[in-house]
Structure formats: C-alpha cells, structure tokens
Write a protein that binds this ligand. Structure first.
Ligand code: BMP
Length: 217
C-alpha cells in the first residue's frame, strides 16, 4: 500500500491521450499530493501500455480502474497485465465476491481496491443494497483500498469507522459532491475527472481541489 498512502486528489484521466499527458505534466509542478487513475476509455484507445507511458512521464502513483468483474482466473490475468504495465493498484467490483478479491490479493503485485457502492443514481437499484456486506468482506480480506461515493458521504464515515486502509471517493465536481466533503468524512483520495481535465487551467483546478481536501477552502 506504500505508494497510495496519504490524503490527496486522484485525477481520473478519461480523456484523450494528448490531454492526459498535458494534465500529467501540469500536475508535476502543482502544489499538493496527486495520483492518477487510468480507466477503460484511455486503455481501450491506447492499450494497457498507456500506463507505462504515463509512468515514464511522472512518478505519480497510477491506479488502473478496469472495474474488474470476472471469475478469479480471468480477473487475475487482467490485474497482472495492469501491474506488469506499472499500475500501483487495480480496481475490482466488490460484487464479484471473495474468491475474485482473494485471487487479486494473492497475486501480491500491487494494491487491490474494491468498489463498495457507486456514485450515480442507478447504484440504488442494486449496488447500494449490498454495500454493508461488500464492506465487511473487503475488510475481512484486508484489501488495500475501498471506493465509496462522494455523493453518499455518510457511507464514507461508515467505512472509515471499520477500515484502516485508504478510501477513494469519486463523484466530486460534475457529479455534484463538493470538493473537500469526502475528505471531511474520512476519505483519503478524492477522485476527480472532468473538473480537472476539462478545466482551462488543470494545474490550478487540481491545486484548488487539493486545498479543499486539506480543509483550507
Ligand atoms: P468525473 O469527476 O468526471 O465525474 O469522473 C469520475 C471518475 O470516477 C470516472 O473515472 C468514473 O469512472 C469514476 N467513478 C465514478 O464516477 N463513480 C463511481 O462510483 C466509481 C468510479 O470509479
């Protein structure tokens, strides 16, 4: 769990490669604690090697957000490819159950981060109903990180009270949650995408967000 320790802003790079590289360059000189999240859009356009490319450009930690959701054998292959490309952590759907989560832990190649609920309204249909069970399972399995939506801050507090790993919280900015709120409730990383990569000045946007994480704004 070393590289992803501490409170900060995790920038989701769901944009063009050109813009992603501009954002990464901007973050190198930005004041704050930052990490990167590479999701399926960038990976599908440029293959998993996009992670190696971004790792060459900066030493910021990178999480592969493949939202892995398969049987243990296939999930392990996907995670291994991401770790081989340089990812420090991978994100897996909690609903896959213990055997998939354990298989990724057993790889021992990097952090395993589990989604316990999601930020969009449709998450109420299914995901949200199993939140407590998923959190219990993730805690028992001693995973490294848990994703809890910023749009449901009381759930961040619930996880913080029983989990010593790090909490990542998406849904800040365009999705409506206020920067700094997840952090107040105990999140470590506030995940933000469009509010940074679509900003005229991504460095300034990221720095302002970081100040909110610190409670300075
Ligand atoms: P944005 O700040 O542009 O809304 O981006 C949010 C990022 O967080 C996206 O990469 C999305 O995949 C991710 N995310 C989310 O929005 N809600 C979740 O519940 C889980 C996520 O990983």
């Amino acid at each position: 769990m070393g590289k992803l320790k501490g409170k900060g802003v995790m920038v989701a790079l769901d944009t063009s490669l050109e813009r992603a590289v501009q954002v990464v360059d901007a973050l190198k000189n930005a004041k704050g604690h930052f990490s990167l999240k590479v999701g399926r859009p960038l990976e599908m356009k440029h293959t998993i090697h996009v992670i190696s490319l971004l790792k060459q450009k900066s030493d910021l930690p990178v999480v592969y957000d493949g939202k892995i959701a398969d049987i243990p054998h296939i999930s392990s292959i996907i995670a291994q490819l991401a770790f081989d490309a340089g990812a420090d952590g991978v994100i897996v759907h909690g609903f896959c159950g213990s055997d998939t989560l354990s298989a990724l832990k057993e790889l021992g190649l990097g952090d395993v981060i589990v989604v316990a609920d999601m930020s969009h309204p449709g998450s109420q249909d299914f995901y949200a109903k199993h939140f407590h069970e998923i959190v219990d399972r993730a805690v028992q399995l001693d995973v490294d990180g848990i994703v809890v939506p910023a749009t449901k801050p009381e759930r961040i507090q619930f996880v913080r009270d029983r989990f010593s790993g790090y909490i990542l919280s998406p849904g800040v900015g365009v999705q409506g949650a206020k920067p700094g709120v997840p952090s107040n409730y105990g999140a470590d990383w506030e995940i933000v995408g469009r509010a940074v990569y679509d900003a005229e000045d991504p460095k300034r946007a990221a720095e302002e967000h970081y100040r909110c994480v610190l409670g300075e704004r």
